[in-house]
Design a protein around this ligand. Structure first.
Ligand SMILES: Nc1nc2c(c(=O)[nH]1)N[C@H]1C(S)=C(S)[C@@H](COP(=O)(O)O)O[C@H]1N2
Ligand SMILES: [Mo]
Length: 381
C-alpha cells in the first residue's frame, strides 16, 4: 500500500476517529490498519490481537509505544556514540555498524503495561488490552560486537541505551524537566546474542515509529529496554538508576520481607486468547477452536492449557508454530460448546522451568508485569 492508498483509506469510516484526527494534525502518514489508537500524540497504537494469524506480526500492525514525539534523525549524518567506561570511545555511522556483521532474529516484544485495562481498580497509564505485544524479525549487529570494538573496562556494571527522543514527564513522580528516553541493562545481558542494534524489521528498514534508523532489541525482556532512535551507548561503573527504571518501569520485590523497587526486566509467562474474543457469540453444539499465543521471555514455553469453565478444569492446547528462542508460540485448542449462556475461557502458559501465571493480581507489581489469569467472557447461543 503506498501513501496515496493510505490517504484514500484514511478518508473512509474503517479508520478509527482518533486515527483520522491524528492524521489531520499532521502526524506522518503511515498505514496502521485495524489498530486501536491508545494515544493520538505521541502516537501509541495497539495491535488487534483478535486478528492474530501468523507467527510474525505485520510491521504496519506492530504495536507502537512512544513516550515522546518521534525525533527527526537524518540517516546520512547519523552516528552512534559508545562512551563511558570503555577503553576507546567510538562514533559509528550506520555503514560502520553493518561492517560488524549483521544477524537476523525473530523476537517477541511485549510492553510491560500490556493488559493494563484488566486491572481493577483502573490505574493511570495507557489502557492496553491484549495487543501491546508482537513478534517481528529484526536484523542488526549484536550489541556485544559494538562493546567489543570500544572495549569495556573491567568492573563495568550497566550498558545504558539512550534514545534521541526527549520530553518532560508530568505526574506524581515527574521527571527533572526534559529528559531523554533511556534504559540501562546489566553488562551480562548486554553481551548476550539476543541483544541487537537493529536497522531492519521484517525485512524492511525500520519505520520512524519503530525507531529508525537504529533501535535496540533485547530478546526475552519487556519492551521498555528496546530503546528506539538509539544515539548513545553509555557504559557505567554503577547500575544505572535512570527515570525509566526507577520512577517508571519498576516493581516491588521483597527480599527478606523488605519492599524494594527493582527495574522491570524479563517477560513473564503469558498465554493470551485471540479467538474467540471478549464478548463474541459462539454457536452452541458446533465444534469451535480457541486460538492464541504464549510466550515466556528468556525461557521456552513449556505448556499451554485452556479452560472453558473459568479455570475449574484444564486441557492442554496444541502448538501450531515451532519453538523459537525469545518468541511466542501460537497454539489452539478444540472446544465443543454445549451449554447455552455465558462461558469463561482462560488460557495459562507455563514456562519450561515450571513458572506459571498467577490466578490473582499481585499489587507489588504496580501497573506492570500483567500476567494474572483473565477470563475471556463469551456467550454460547
Ligand atoms: N527511544 C525510545 N525507545 C523506546 C520507547 C520510547 O518511548 N522511546 N518506548 C519503549 C517501550 S515502553 C516499548 S514497549 C517499546 C515499544 O517498541 P515499538 O513501539 O517498536 O513496539 O519501545 C521502547 N523503546
Ligand atoms: Mo512498554
Amino acid at each position: 500500500m503506498d501513501r496515496r492508498d493510505w490517504l484514500k483509506l484514511a478518508s473512509v469510516a474503517a479508520v478509527p476517529m482518533a486515527a483520522r484526527r491524528a492524521a489531520a494534525q499532521g502526524v506522518p502518514a503511515a498505514p496502521f490498519p485495524g489498530m486501536t489508537v491508545r494515544m493520538a500524540e505521541p502516537r501509541n497504537l495497539e495491535y488487534p490481537f483478535a486478528e492474530l494469524k501468523a507467527f510474525l506480526t505485520p510491521t504496519e500492525q506492530f504495536y507502537v509505544r512512544s513516550h515522546f514525539a518521534v525525533p527527526k534523525l537524518d540517516p546520512t549524518g547519523y552516528t552512534l556514540t559508545v562512551e563511558g567506561e570503555v577503553v576507546r570511545p567510538v562514533k559509528l555511522t550506520l555503514a560502520d555498524l553493518s561492517k560488524l556483521g549483521e544477524v537476523t532474529l525473530p523476537l517477541t516484544l511485549e510492553c510491560a503495561g500490556n493488559g493494563r485495562v484488566f486491572l481493577v481498580p483502573q490505574p493511570r497509564g495507557l489502557q492496553w488490552g491484549l495487543g501491546g505485544v508482537g513478534t517481528a524479525e529484526f536484523t542488526g549487529v549484536p550489541l556485544s560486537a559494538v562493546l567489543g570494538l570500544a572495549g569495556v573496562k573491567p568492573g563495568a556494571a550497566d550498558v545504558v541505551l539512550v534514545g534521541a527522543d526527549a520530553g518532560a514527564v508530568a505526574g506524581d513522580a515527574p521527571s527533572p524537566g526534559v529528559i531523554p528516553y533511556d534504559r540501562g541493562i546489566p553488562l551480562a545481558k548486554a553481551m548476550r546474542p539476543e541483544v541487537l542494534l537493529a536497522t531492519t524489521m521484517n525485512g524492511e528498514p525500520l519505520t520512524a515509529a519503530h525507531g529508525a534508523p537504529l533501535r535496540a532489541v533485547v530478546g526475552g525482556w519487556y519492551g521498555m529496554a528496546a530503546v528506539k532512535w538509539l544515539t548513545r551507548v553509555v557504559v557505567t561503573a554503577k547500575p544505572h538508576a535512570g527515570f525509566w527504571q526507577t520512577l517508571d518501569y519498576s516493581v516491588f520485590e521483597r527480599p527478606n520481607g523488605v519492599p524494594t523497587l527493582v527495574p522491570v526486566t524479563k517477560m513473564l509467562p503469558k498465554a493470551s486468547i485471540a479467538r474467540p474474543a471478549l464478548g463474541d457469540v459462539v454457536p452452541a453444539n458446533r465444534p469451535a477452536t480457541i486460538t492464541g499465543a504464549a510466550w515466556a521471555g528468556e525461557e521456552a514455553v513449556g505448556r499451554v492449557e485452556v479452560s472453558v469453565d473459568g479455570g475449574a478444569t484444564w486441557a492442554d492446547a496444541r502448538f501450531t508454530t515451532a519453538a523459537r528462542p525469545f518468541c511466542w508460540r501460537l497454539w489452539e485448542a478444540p472446544w465443543m460448546p454445549v451449554t447455552r449462556g455465558p462461558a469463561r475461557l482462560v488460557a495459562r502458559a507455563t514456562a519450561a522451568g515450571g513458572a506459571t501465571q498467577p490466578a490473582a493480581r499481585d499489587p507489588d507489581r504496580r501497573t506492570y508485569l500483567i500476567n494474572h489469569l483473565v477470563p475471556v467472557e463469551v456467550l454460547v447461543k
